[in-house]
Design a protein around this ligand. Sequence first.
Ligand code: GUN
Length: 295
Amino acid sequence: MNTPRIIDGKAAAREVLAAVKHEVEMLCAEGLQPCLAVVLVGNDPASRVYVRNKVERCAEVGICSIEHLLPADIDQATVLALIADLNADPRVNGILVQMPLPKQIDEAAVIQAIDPRKDVDGFHRENVGALSLGQPALYPCTPSGCMYLLNQVLGDLSGKHAVVVGRSNIVGKPMAALLLQANCTVTVLHSRSVDAPRLCREADIVIAAVGRPQLINADWLKEGAVVIDVGINRIAEADRTRLVGDVDFASASQKAAAITPVPGGVGPMTIAFLLQNTVRALRQQLSVPGAHHAL
Ligand code: GUN
């Protein structure tokens, strides 16, 4: 019977957060406390939980957070005006607008309105472009967290065949760019891929980020694959709901050498890297004259 290593995302996130906390202490000693502005529009229950977790983690590592809670029926011009204020506010180092936004708001327009130096999600085209060129920038948090876990399990990733299942702007595409930068051979699978399970069976590394509950099972995997599950799906069971990933954990465990659980795998890493990006944003602003109140 195969017994995979269960990759402990909570423990890895604690390591990253401890390093961030240390950095924040050093910055605070110079009178530079990092500050993250978090914008939540509407009352989506999942988004409210995510935002609450982000604000709590900020407090734990000593980052100042400012919450802006906006009503669900707000218009686009008001949201853009708030972004402009936050861009201009020298106390604010990072801006996070929780997605998804209500349908009257153009998400792409909001993302591009954020000053790229404060774009701690790494979604602005300037940061996306820098990532694809392999230049330093603010990189998306979830893919950064996945890379941290992969480096922990495998060390050097050179020459590994990585298959990314899903091509979202938030995870799939930046994930592929980071894996390529780490010298992997990268395949991206999506809804139009022909015989995805067969292609996935070639993978040394599988990143599941499609948003389809338990899609990837043992039939998609080669023996010894390392499986990173980015999915967070709430499914209904007899009398309650349960969180599952995009991977069928029990089935995939028959073949994987290592696998992330849901919850407790990639999830905690996303917040840890958001806070790391907030510190990185402050440091970047310090090195650009005029971008921060301390200069
Ligand atoms: N909604 C789901 N994931 C994310 C994320 O990584 N960033 C933001 N801003 N919203 C999200």
